[in-house]
Design a protein around this ligand. Sequence first.
Ligand SMILES: Cc1ncc(COP(=O)(O)O)c(C=O)c1O
Length: 289
Amino acid sequence: MIATHHGLVPDQVFVGNGSDEVLAHAFQALFQHGLPVLMPDVSYSFYPVYCRLYGIPHEPVPVRAGFRIDVRDYARPAGKVGGVVLANPNAPTGIALPLSDIEALLRLQPDCVVLVDEAYVDFGGDSAVRLIDRYPNLLVVQTLSKSRGLAGLRVGYALGQADLIEALARVKDSFNSYPLDRLAQAGAVASFKADAYFRETCARVVRSRERLVAGLRARGFEVLPSAANFVFATHPTHDAGELAQHLRDQAILVRHFKLPRIEQHLRISVGTDAECTRLLEALRVLLAP
Ligand SMILES: Cc1ncc(COP(=O)(O)O)c(C=O)c1O
């Protein structure tokens, strides 16, 4: 079902219990453990965790001004890189790279696996799946947890050429040789069958996101261009940590990362229109002079 949905054949698909599990297997099976794995310094926090777990060195590559990934920063001499991983759209910034940049990256690093984590791609990103047949070093990872709203079902998958998929299956089988449970399989199949509903839901999230972005900008926030189901925003005169705490006091949860470079930003999930309205109203009061 997943293969057909993406125009691939079954041996180009590996399914796991959530994309976190798929990522963990990919880090173990596909990256060269003696060489550094390159990743943006601002990205999904689990990537360095997997590297540390498996004893793989990792090299954070600083994102440029405006949190932009410049793929030219991933150029290294041949034989010096154990792999590359990035999220597209990136988390927590929401910024998407065009497919031409992913292709440039695959050409820059032809001798190691380039893992593109497309957890949020359905909200406006451009999927690299169509590059799979041309690039044997490309692994695309997707999940049913975000755009399909099925995080509790724990279904994620990797797409790539058959050799990469076979390597993943070998590591998985040495760890837990059973497939996904039947409920998860049934839920996943039902989700792929309900394509019209899926598209409508994604479109609704995108509409709510645009409304949220406009409301935040009207309140003075600088908001990065988001192709995800969250936005990343900073206010020029209000401390992000304090804003997050004041919102929390009103039972409105936004994410504040106490991390270098992003400590003045908030990652705000796109809720329902009613939730976004509540957030914007709470911010109007908090930001009032
Ligand atoms: C970029 C990214 N990749 C992967 C995941 C993992 O999602 P799951 O394990 O639910 O598929 C997340 C979840 O937050 C994410 O943000």
